[in-house]
Design a protein around this ligand. Structure first.
Ligand SMILES: [Zn+2]
Length: 589
């Protein structure tokens, strides 16, 4: 076995592999799905069994092989993904030099955090400096087993104890700084970020310690209640869910996750056997968190108190969840301020509350009804202003109609007026969207580029590529393509007509393409499988359209050049008459 990476790719089929994570639908020679890495409704994620690659033609634009897919899916490094795939394929990775700087750095940072977590844990459980914090946990009902499970710790009141500890472990202060464990003073001195705090390691689904949340033990007015790891190469707040490492199996099994806000609101329920809770830091529920949760469950239940409903953060979370087709519900144990307190007070009542979830839209309607009076017209307006924008966004028409009927009945108005209001919201939204897209189109991908990529893609996806290529390159030359890489690939195709026309082999062709052009080729190959906006399938006509773009471009270039010679005028005449011919062809086709 010369190359283990190639061997792994040979043994694991990309369609089987990715199909184990998301549902792939066959479309022509390729497979298609909604991209798992960004929010979308029409599928622009394409997988090719022949090339063993994938690419997203939607807004994230990601692509690659099985290794890249696993890296993105699990949010892991190249080395980790390779190890996992090697195991799956039964390939030994010995003698492979894994020179991936980015991965090495991330792994080093994970290890650094793990050591820091061990250090804090030691201080909490084994040293006299941690006695007060231990006492505090005991008073909150956190037993030692649970504390161990969550790797809770304590950062001593000191400027440099972690700094010195990690120095001994051969980490530099610069690395600790980049990893968020130490802070740099104006004079350039490094010191511990976490001092005198109860430490909650933030751990991902794969047991990596990404960062920390440090909480003060008792209220000191001059100090922040929480100090958190800032954004680092491995910690991204908008992607993290506290407790996911311990809760994920249970979430999968129950097909439901309870979302809470603070660490203790996750830990206390967990200690009492409620094992499918996760906490979000701050109240904003992000699309990254939702995408992560969607892998485990189609349904989420929010636990928060009524003041938060209708807040901007919750609002956006509901919108994102709707886009992802996730079902949202709310429970409100109204006898306590949060789940931690609710369980301490009355576990039975808490359980009962969990068993009575309210669909999110009923909850929103209820809380608006409580806030404003239905008996006066302005109250009615306020209720509808708060609730109807949510209902307008519901994707499923049956659910949507159910709620517009409900709102109409509650407000004592006709359904028509609710619908009129929704239509107005839609119009407004469309206006801003139109504005945005007209603004975007000009600077992103014009029709010219879409056309040429589509044509090349059509050619390469054909059983015998030289058949459509003949039609296309009767109308245009490779040089007519506006993107230099596209033109080069077209040129290589035509250069190999002699030896490949009768027996075209995609892999052989890919191998004659220079390495630097390989990613462009992969993307082109998959392009026609994604929604391109091109409806006409008359290849000849599309090719002439490309020709027209090319000629117009040439005319523009000549006109803007300084050259005043007769040559120039002659050339201009030639191109103009060629353009006329092309226009005629386009009409006749
Ligand atoms: Zn995508």
């Amino acid at each position: 076995m010369d190359n283990p990476v190639e061997e792994i790719k040979k043994r694991i089929d990309i369609v089987d592999f990715i199909g184990g994570y998301i549902t792939l639908k066959k479309t022509g020679r390729n497979f298609r799905a909604n991209c798992p890495f960004h929010n979308e409704k029409s599928p622009s994620f394409i997988v090719s069994p022949e090339r063993q690659i994938w690419h997203c033609f939607g807004s994230c634009g990601e692509g690659g092989d099985i290794i890249k897919f696993l890296m993105k899916w699990e949010n892991i490094t190249f080395v980790e993904a390779l190890r996992e795939l090697a195991k799956k394929a039964g390939v030994t990775l010995k003698n492979v030099t894994l020179d991936d700087k980015d991965s090495r750095k991330k792994e080093r940072f994970y290890e650094m955090n793990l050591m820091a977590a061990d250090f804090f844990q030691y201080i909490l459980n084994k040293s006299k400096y941690g006695e007060k914090a231990s006492e505090y946990l005991k008073n909150r009902g956190i037993k030692s087993g649970i504390s161990q499970k969550f790797r809770l710790g304590y950062s001593p009141v000191s400027w440099d104890s972690l700094l010195n500890f990690l120095k001994k472990k051969k980490y530099t202060p610069e690395e600790m700084f980049e990893n968020g464990l130490v802070v740099k003073s104006a004079s350039g001195r490094y010191y511990d970020r976490f001092r005198g705090r109860l430490m909650f390691p933030i751990i991902d689904a794969r047991e990596h310690v990404l960062g920390f949340s440090g909480r003060i033990l008792e209220g000191k007015d001059n100090e922040a209640k929480y100090v958190n790891t800032p954004e680092t190469p491995i910690y991204h707040k908008r992607e993290t869910l506290y407790g996911i490492n311990l809760a994920k199996d249970s979430i999968k099994k129950e097909k439901n996750a309870y979302l809470v806000e603070g660490e203790f609101d996750m830990i206390t329920p967990y200690a009492h056997g409620f094992s499918n809770f996760v906490a979000i830091k701050g109240s904003a529920l992000t699309s990254d968190q939702l995408l992560l949760l969607k892998r485990f469950t189609p349904k989420l239940t929010l636990i928060f108190d009524s003041d938060e409903a209708g807040g901007e953060a919750v609002r956006r979370g509901i919108e994102e969840a709707e886009k992802l087709d996730m079902e949202l519900a709310v429970v409100r144990p109204d006898f306590a301020k949060d789940p931690d307190e609710a369980i301490q007070k009355d576990e039975v009542a808490f359980k009962k509350a969990l068993n009575n979830p309210q669909p999110i839209y009923d909850f929103l309607i209820d809380s608006a009804m409580k806030k404003y009076s239905v008996s006066d017209p302005y109250g009615k307006k306020k209720i509808s202003d708060e609730v109807i924008p949510f209902i307008e966004r519901i994707g499923n028409p049956i659910v949507k109609s159910h709620y517009s009927k409900k709102v109409a009945a509650l407000l004592g108005v006709t359904e028509t007026s609710v619908e009129a209001l929704m239509a107005r919201i839609r119009r407004k939204k469309k206006q801003t969207e139109d504005y945005r897209s007209s603004y975007k189109k000009e600077e992103v991908v014009g029709r010219e580029i879409v056309l040429e990529k589509y044509l090349l893609s059509f050619i390469f996806q054909s059983e015998n590529p030289y058949k459509p290529a003949k039609t296309v390159f009767a109308a245009i030359n490779p040089g007519d393509l506006s993107v230099p890489a596209d033109a080069k690939i077209a040129q290589i195709l035509m250069d190999h007509e002699k030896d490949m026309a009768l027996n075209f082999d995609l892999d052989k062709f890919a191998s004659v393409i220079p390495t630097s052009l390989r990613p462009v080729f992969d993307e082109i190959y998959l392009f026609a499988s994604a929604p391109t906006g091109i409806e006409d399938d008359n290849i000849q006509k599309l090719a002439y359209e490309v020709k027209r773009f090319s000629l117009k471009r040439q005319i523009k270039e000549i006109l803007s050049s300084e050259d005043q010679s007769a040559e120039k005028n002659k050339k201009l005449l030639e191109i103009t008459s060629a353009l006329k011919e092309v226009e005629k062809k386009l009409i006749s086709l």
